[in-house]
Design a protein around this ligand. Structure first.
Ligand code: ADP
Ligand code: MG
Length: 700
């Protein structure tokens, strides 16, 4: 059967070489199995007819029985279309075609009873259906009485008559001729335990369901299987890695840590920080190599946790390094760590792209002879020339900007792999973290240091800008500073710069010098200019910083307490949250004002509302995941979502994912090498769990 399903799609009746090419190029379908796992994205109920008088434009696909009363050809050029006047006695509806104007009236004559199927919409206040499917109710064949699967298609597919209906027909041909049942991929004991239907039934029902309950069961079964094998794969890999790679054991908590903790730490750690420190210490003392993801909102005190971890490594005779995504961030870490450690006998060095050669050389020497304890830097750190004498712990800030491969390269720098702590301020929902970074253990700082005032977030329409400026003036009069951020999207770059320039002009008019000073930072400036402009703002010489999103990560100005985001509807949720995190760092009440046009898309409105309602990064990340899907979650493109999910959705199927994770955990803890007979079937299918998975063993 498995072999049968590997056959080329072109030999399936109804396909042929040309359509096979199109299917491959458009949908990545080249075998029978590929087609079978091209699952419907929804179903329509074709047993029910609607009355035109009940139809509204927000309905999904529906069907109506009625008659065409006349045809007309309307418009010119690209707007040219054929319009049919359709009625069922309860009301009227326009049917519209931009193509096929010739053969439609011939096939569907005026006055004949027809079934119209399509998505209703409104154009110029009239209800219409564009490119409907039409059927003769007497000739209604195959499909009909019940639920029909809908497959997504592309323009090119449709142009070649590969509509959803055509795909459904191919699917029917394929399933009808299958020589055998689908081979089961999960053991009977598990199906029984979780009350899942068998694969054969699921595959048939997912494409041709008998009823809603049936496709729901099919969906559950197939989603579970997909997520389960990913989890099983991850957990088994992790298990093997733990056995194979030893980690340096940091036994002692020594002088640097104790001095810092008792004499330098200016405040009490939060409960969350203490909890995470415990987790990290346990990892670093276990003899296994630590791979831990430290999640925490902006300002939750991750850097401090990282610093204390470094001190433990140093106390045990090891060197450490911190990698930051940008030069500014690296510098900021350097500055704050130096001030935390002021007066202690710890050598900290900064290595970034702009560090001069003369300065670099002694740093390299210090790394080689072991006298540099903490190296802070950007990507330059991982250049091959950088050699440590005894690297024990690597902290990676802002995981997203570093690919998995870069993480792996670092590991080559020591005999025994250094412990790795990855920090991220872009919270990843648990469900996603479990899958994307399933090989990492996850710690969460879910508590802000005491005394922080929650940032007040408001939504304001562009038309109210003068009021916003008035508010800003009052705040500036109190001695605060403000950011005003403009979007800069690659596709509309020149227009965005125009917006920025126009905005800058009106800001200068509203906030004229010498009373007000404005800094500008954007991507077209030279790095030195950017730095200088930023430095003015940091030093408090300018009051307002007008910028594009370059300030998203990094800058930490505790006196800046107002963040105004222009065209906020154009930003993604997590980006908005990151930007907002630039304020609220000092003792003053901070504000974030989201400016938008009056008209907003549903999704845009949801994003703005979410921001106004909550400051909780995890909650925001969950909403983001639901709205956009994991492939689009900021940053994950760079590290690459390593899975090609065919049916499950990481945002919407979190419960199934949890079940998959729990099940896999149970199996691996009972039978780590899948040696028990009842688990044999897993061995055969576990590879499916992650075709694109990186083999850590090979890299190190
Ligand atoms: P993150 O790296 O998570 O954005 P930081 O470690 O930079 O957060 O901490 C943000 C600010 O809060 C810093 O000024 C830091 O000194 C301070 N801070 C960290 N932990 C505490 C704490 N437990 N109590 C008070 N202030 C803290
Ligand atoms: Mg930080």
């Amino acid at each position: 059967m498995q072999q049968y399903l590997q056959q080329d799609i072109q030999f399936l009746p109804g396909v042929g070489p040309k359509r096979a090419d199109i299917l491959r190029e458009e949908l990545n379908i080249s075998t029978l199995e590929d087609l079978l796992t091209y699952y419907p994205y929804r179903y329509v109920d074709r047993s029910r007819f609607f009355k035109i008088s009940d139809v509204t434009s927000d309905m999904p696909f529906i069907q109506i029985k009625g008659k065409i009363q006349g045809y007309a050809s309307i418009g010119k050029g690209r707007g040219k279309r054929l319009v049919a006047d359709f009625t069922d006695g309860s009301g009227r509806l326009e049917l519209v075609w931009f193509r096929g104007a010739k053969w439609i009236p011939e096939n569907y004559p005026i006055g004949k009873e027809l079934v119209v199927f399509g998505k209703p919409s409104v154009y110029q206040r009239k209800l219409n259906v564009v490119h409907p499917e039409l059927e003769d109710p007497e000739k209604k064949h195959v499909v009909s009485s019940s639920l029909q699967a809908v497959y997504s298609t592309t323009e090119r597919l449709k142009d070649n008559y590969l509509t959803s209906k055509a795909i459904s027909k191919l699917m029917a041909n394929l399933i009808k001729d299958l020589p055998r049942k689908f081979e089961e991929t999960l053991p009977a004991w598990l199906l029984q335990k979780l009350n899942l239907i068998n694969l054969d039934t699921a595959m048939r029902q997912i494409h041709f369901p008998d009823a809603t309950a049936q496709y729901k069961k099919a969906e559950l079964r197939l989603k579970f299987e997909e997520l389960f094998y990913i989890q099983l794969n991850i957990l088994q890999g992790k298990n093997e890695r733990n056995k194979r790679f030893r980690g340096n054991v940091f036994e002692t908590v020594g002088e640097s840590f104790n001095t810092f903790y008792t004499e330098h730490l200016p405040f009490e750690l939060t409960g969350a920080q203490k909890k995470v420190m415990k987790e990290i210490r346990r990892d670093m003392g276990s003899g296994r190599q630590m791979n831990r993801l430290l999640q925490g909102d902006v300002g939750s005190g991750k850097t401090l946790v990282a610093l204390m971890s470094l001190l433990i490594a140093i106390d045990n005779g090891f060197q450490t390094c911190i990698m930051a995504p940008t030069e500014i961030l690296a510098q900021q870490h350097f500055k704050s760590i130096n001030s935390f450690l002021d007066g202690m006998d710890v050598r900290v060095e900064l290595l970034t792209g702009s560090v001069k050669k003369a300065v670099r050389i002694p740093i390299h020497e210090g790394l080689l002879d072991g006298t540099v304890h903490i190296l802070i830097g950007t990507h330059a750190v991982i250049e091959d020339v950088v050699q440590f004498k005894r690297l024990g712990l690597v902290v990676i800030d802002e995981q997203h900007r570093f690919g998995v491969a870069q993480r792996a390269r670092l590991w080559n720098k020591a005999d025994v792999l250094p412990h790795v702590l990855v920090m991220t301020a872009t919270p990843i929902p648990r469900t996603l973290a479990m899958t994307l970074y399933g090989d990492l253990d996850v710690s969460v700082i879910d508590e802000l240091p005491p005394g922080r005032k929650a940032i007040v977030t408001r939504h304001s329409y562009d038309s109210k800008r003068l009021m916003v400026f008035g508010f800003l003036k009052k705040q500036l009069a109190l001695g605060r500073q403000a950011y005003i951020v403009y979007p800069l999207i690659k596709e509309s770059e020149s227009m965005d710069y125009k917006d920025l320039e126009d905005g800058l002009e009106s800001i200068s008019r509203a906030f004229p010098p010498p009373q007000y000073q404005v800094s500008v930072v954007h991507g077209k400036m030279k790095p030195e200019e950017k730095e200088a402009s930023m430095a003015h703002f940091v030093a408090g010489r300018t009051h307002i910083m007008v910028a594009t999103t370059v300030i998203e990560v990094g800058v930490d100005v505790s006196n800046a307490s107002i963040m105004i985001i222009e065209s906020a509807e154009r930003f993604g949720l997590s980006q908005l949250h990151q930007l907002r995190g630039r304020v609220g760092r000092g003792a003053d009440q901070s504000y974030c004002i989201l400016m938008t046009a009056y008209k907003l898309s549903d999704e845009g409105r949801k994003r703005i509302e979410t921001m106004v309602q909550t400051n909780d990064g995890f909650e925001i990340a969950e909403v983001d995941l639901k709205l956009r899907g994991p492939g689009d979650i900021e940053g994950t493109q760079q590290s690459g979502v390593p899975f090609n999910l065919k049916i499950a959705h990481l945002g919407r199927d979190s419960q199934i994912l949890q079940l998959a994770r729990d099940t896999a955990e149970l199996i691996i803890s009972e039978d780590p090498n899948l040696k028990l007979e009842k688990n044999f079937i897993f061995v055969k299918h576990i590879k499916k769990g992650n075709p694109k998975r990186i083999d850590w063993g090979k890299i190190s």
